[in-house]
Design a protein around this ligand. Structure first.
Ligand code: GYE
Length: 343
């Protein structure tokens, strides 16, 4: 009997030890949302400006470049101590990260909101704690007093540029009034990049009764989903003339689906392909004529962000929004930019 008791006790101890080890090794990561920050160390130097940065994920080359640009600019050498957190496409993770930054009393909160809705409560908490919030890349819906400034792209202008390129291309060929079947692969519905790009493109499309928008469907800004959605649309619609794809990853996926269906894109192909971002691999496809038009979205926002924070530190007034410079690439001008493209 005594021995049995001992055995049970030993087993209990083993199970407890196993659970403790599992927790420490991150085995519970899926059950409990990620820690607020991935760099919890304390700033060694009192003079550094402490910034908590919540990035929404790492879905694209654009996003990786955006993160890197901010990490490079907010470096120790430049006077910053950066706490970086990746929300992996979950709004709850971003909210948790922001709450973590508030409780650590960082000097600034920088974040790229996954969606436009749903930030009132947590940003009111930041405001009540007196921590300035800077939005990068994407915006939030609702009250403008919940953030200090925005740094990023004019997404609606990007959408219009896509429409205007199509308008001009058709006019140049004397086909301005030809009926045209268009499909739009969008980013996640409710994100600033989707809302802006769809609205801007629709503003131009609404002036052309011959443009028939067959559908707008989300490809989640990823290669896999872009391919899946495009394959489905090719089965649903026989005669697609134009694909508007709101980022390069979806474009790469869509082009795979189009090739697998035995069809072609670009200057000499069956379908016109319009894409957004302008990463190097996409610019190469513009150069080879497979993508007709790339509307640039500039991820290099870190230096502007650092300048704006330094201004705030100096007590200077800052604008409510800052837009980065962006171009449109076609086969006519892409060679001038291709060799300098680092991402
Ligand atoms: O176009 C896409 C990304 O919000 C501008 O998000 C950004 C978009 C970008 O993942 O590639």
């Amino acid at each position: 009997m005594k021995n049995e008791k001992r055995l049970v006790m030993a087993l209990v101890v083993l199970v407890v030890m196993f659970l403790v080890l599992l927790g420490a090794s991150g085995g519970f990561e899926n059950a409990t949302p990620q820690q607020a920050t991935e760099d919890d160390s304390e700033p060694a130097d009192e003079d550094l400006i402490v910034v908590g940065f919540s990035q929404l994920g790492s879905e694209s080359v654009w996003r990786a470049t955006h993160t890197q640009s901010i990490q490079d600019a907010l470096s120790k050498e430049n006077g910053f101590f950066l706490q970086y957190s990746n929300a992996r496409q979950k709004q709850e993770n971003q909210i948790k990260a922001i709450r973590g930054f508030i409780s650590q009393r960082v000097d600034y909160i920088v974040f790229s909101p996954l969606m436009e809705e749903g930030w009132e409560t947590v940003l009111t908490e930041a405001k009540d704690a007196g921590i300035p919030v800077i939005l990068v890349d994407r915006k939030i819906a609702g009250s403008e007093d919940l953030y200090t400034t925005f740094i990023g792209s004019d997404m609606e202008a990007e959408g219009r540029k896509a429409g205007e390129w199509l308008e001009n291309d058709l006019a140049r060929r004397g086909r301005a009034d030809d009926p045209l079947n268009i499909v739009v692969l969008t980013g996640p519905f409710g994100s600033t990049s989707q809302i802006g790009r769809s609205c801007g493109f629709m503003q131009v499309a609404s002036q052309h009764p011959s443009w028939n928008i067959l559908t707008q469907e989300s490809g989640d800004f990823t290669v896999v989903k872009g391919k899946e959605v495009m394959a489905k649309l090719l089965r649903l619609y026989e005669d697609i003339d134009v694909v508007v794809s709101q980022n390069d990853e979806m474009t790469f996926g869509a082009m795979e689906a189009i090739a697998e269906a035995g069809l072609t894109t670009g200057i000499y192909g069956k379908m016109k392909m319009i894409s957004f971002d302008g990463v190097k691999d996409a610019l190469e496809l513009v150069d080879s004529g497979k993508i007709n038009c790339e509307v640039e979205c500039n991820p290099l926002q870190g230096e502007l962000l650092a300048d704006v924070i330094k201004k705030l530190e100096a007590g200077e007034k800052v604008d409510k929004e800052y837009f980065v410079d962006e171009l449109v690439f076609t086969a006519n001008n892409v060679r001038d930019y291709l060799s300098d493209r680092v991402y």
